[in-house]
Write a protein that binds this ligand. Structure first.
Ligand SMILES: Nc1nc2c(ncn2[C@@H]2O[C@H](COP(=O)(O)OP(=O)(O)OP(=O)(O)O)[C@@H](O)[C@H]2O)c(=O)[nH]1
Ligand SMILES: [Mg+2]
Length: 326
C-alpha cells in the first residue's frame, strides 16, 4: 500500500462505510483525518477528507435539531483521549475533578452527569484528555454516549468497590457496551461486523471504603485476564499517581524529543508517536521534507545510546532524544 495507511485509519474507514447517520459519518471522517499518515503520498487523500468533512458539517448545521435532541461530541486534545465509563455513582466525575482542572458536578445520587465534560490530566510532560461521561446504563440510551466511547483512544471502566451490587453493576455496564458493540480490554472480539475493542483499565474506586479490598480481589479473579484493575480513591487520593502512569501506558504512545545538530537539548514539548514508530515516522512528523531527505539520525537515551548513528528503520523508544540529519 503506497500510502502506508495505519490499522487505526483503516478501522475508521470501515466505520465510515458502515455509518448509519451523519453523526457517525462525521465521527468516522474525523478519525480518518486524525489518523491518516501525513506525507506527500496522502496529500490528495487528506484534502479529499477535509472537503467531505466540511460538506457534511454544513449539511448537519442546516438540519433542524434532530428528534433525539442534542448530540454531543468532544474534540480530541493532547496526547490521547480517554473516556470514563461506568455505572451510575461510581465516582467518574469525582476522579475527573481530582485528576484535571475540570469541575464536573459530583453528587451522591445516580445520573448526576448528563453531558460529557473533558479535562486535561498531566502525566510528567504530557497532557491526556479525560472525558467525564454520563453513566453507561440502560436508562441512559443516548447513542452519542457510545459514539464518544467508540471514538476515544482508550477507556477507564470506573466501578465502586463500596457498592454491594459491584459485580452486577460491572456486568450491566459490559452488557450495555456490548449492545453498542464495544468490548473493553483484551480478548477476542465476537465474529460479527462492527465490533470494536478498546484498551481499558478497570478503575476500582472508593478504595477508602470499609471492605473495599475484598471487592478488588473478586474483580481480579473475574476480570483480571481481560482488564487490569487499579484500586484508587478519588476521596483520599490513594492510587491516583499510579493511575496517571497506567493511563499513559494504556495509550501506547511514546515521547520523542528532537534537538538541532550541534545544539544543546532544550526539553521542549515532545513529539507524541504511536508505540512501534520508526525514525522515518518521526521525520514525517517533524517536516515532510525529511521524508525524502533524511540521511541518518543520532539517538541519545536509555543508557544504550550516546549519540549513535541510526537509520530510518530505527525503532523509537519513549524518551529518545533525536537529531535528524539530511
Ligand atoms: N468514599 C468515597 N466516595 C466517593 C469516592 N469517589 C466518589 N465518591 C462519592 O460517590 C458519589 C458519586 O460520585 P460521582 O463522581 O458523582 O459519581 P459518577 O460516577 O460521576 O456518577 P454519575 O454522574 O451519576 O454517573 C459522590 O457522593 C462522591 O462523593 C471515593 O473515592 N470514596
Ligand atoms: Mg458523574
Amino acid at each position: 500500500m503506497p500510502a502506508n495507511l495505519t490499522p487505526e485509519y483503516l478501522e475508521a474507514e470501515r466505520r465510515f462505510k458502515s455509518a448509519e447517520n451523519t453523526e457517525e459519518k462525521l465521527s468516522a471522517l474525523e478519525a480518518m483525518l486524525a489518523t491518516i499518515p501525513r506525507h506527500k503520498g496522502t496529500e490528495k487523500m487528506q484534502a479529499d477528507l477535509k472537503r467531505r468533512l466540511s460538506k457534511l458539517r454544513t449539511e448537519q448545521a442546516r438540519k433542524p435539531v434532530s428528534r433525539a435532541g442534542v448530540l454531543h461530541r468532544i474534540e480530541k486534545e493532547g496526547a490521547g483521549q480517554v473516556a470514563l465509563v461506568g455505572p451510575p455513582n461510581s465516582g467518574k466525575s469525582a476522579l475527573v475533578r481530582q485528576l484535571t482542572r475540570a469541575t464536573p458536578e459530583v453528587a451522591d445520587y445516580p445520573f448526576t452527569t448528563r453531558i460529557p465534560l473533558p479535562g486535561m490530566m498531566r502525566f510528567e510532560d504530557v497532557q491526556v484528555q479525560l472525558v467525564d461521561l454520563p453513566p453507561v446504563h440502560p436508562d441512559f440510551p443516548e447513542s452519542w454516549l457510545y459514539q464518544i466511547i467508540r471514538n476515544a483512544d482508550a477507556a477507564l471502566l470506573v466501578v465502586d468497590l463500596s457498592d454491594p451490587d459491584l459485580l452486577e453493576d460491572v456486568e450491566t455496564t459490559l452488557a450495555q457496551l456490548a449492545k453498542a458493540k464495544v468490548q473493553l480490554g483484551a480478548g477476542e472480539l465476537p465474529n460479527t461486523p462492527g465490533w470494536l475493542g478498546k484498551n481499558a483499565l478497570l478503575v476500582a474506586n472508593k478504595a477508602d471504603a470499609a471492605g473495599a479490598l475484598d471487592g478488588l480481589d473478586i474483580l481480579n479473579d473475574l476480570y483480571g485476564a481481560r482488564l487490569a484493575a487499579v484500586a484508587v480513591s478519588a476521596e483520599s487520593g490513594q492510587g491516583l499517581d499510579d493511575l496517571r502512569h497506567r493511563v499513559f501506558d494504556l495509550l501506547e504512545i511514546i515521547r520523542v524529543y528532537t534537538k538541532a545538530p550541534g545544539k544543546k537539548l532544550e526539553m521542549t514539548a515532545p513529539y507524541i508517536l504511536k508505540r512501534g514508530s520508526r525514525m522515518l515516522d518521526l521525520a514525517a512528523h517533524v517536516h515532510h521534507d525529511f521524508l525524502t531527505q533524511l540521511k541518518y539520525a543520532r539517538v541519545w537515551g536509555h543508557g544504550r545510546f550516546e549519540g549513535q548513528m541510526v537509520n530510518r528503520d530505527y525503532l523509537l523508544a519513549d524518551k529518545d532524544v533525536v537529531e535528524l540529519h539530511r
